[in-house]
Design a binder for this molecule. Structure first.
Ligand SMILES: [Zn+2]
Length: 123
């Protein structure tokens, strides 16, 4: 089974969504989309700006996928956080994002991690 505690520098469950509400007036849509590699509707749109330590895009200290979701949907449903359907943390395509619970998100990350680990074992 997967151990929760890994050696320093290894995989840790440290990703925490921003708990403070995003002031949507601070979001400059033009500026945001100018930093996105916009592609087809079903493709991953990669963030071209800077990144946070957790691998998520950083737009004025907000995670970029969250900003993208808010631009499209107005706000995040209470108690939910924005997750990727595509498991690509660099992706900000609103069609690849959904509002889920923290548990949903952790399940996704866990699945992804197990998948990676299996590959490592095979190599
Ligand atoms: Zn994607």
């Amino acid at each position: 089974m997967v151990k929760r505690k890994e050696k320093p520098g290894g995989f840790t469950f440290t990703y925490k969504p921003k708990s403070k509400p995003i002031n949507t007036k601070l979001i400059n849509e033009k500026e945001f989309w100018s930093l996105v590699d916009v592609k087809g509707v079903d493709e991953c749109w990669l963030w071209k700006g800077c990144y946070m330590s957790g691998g998520y895009g950083n737009f004025h200290d907000f995670t970029t996928h969250t900003v993208s979701y808010i631009i499209k949907n107005g706000k995040i449903p209470e108690g939910k956080e924005i997750c990727h359907k595509c498991n690509n943390s660099k992706c900000v395509n609103p069609n690849h994002l959904y509002a889920g619970t923290h548990a949903d998100n952790m399940k996704d990350i866990h699945k992804k991690y197990i998948h990676k680990k299996k590959w490592k074992e095979l190599l």
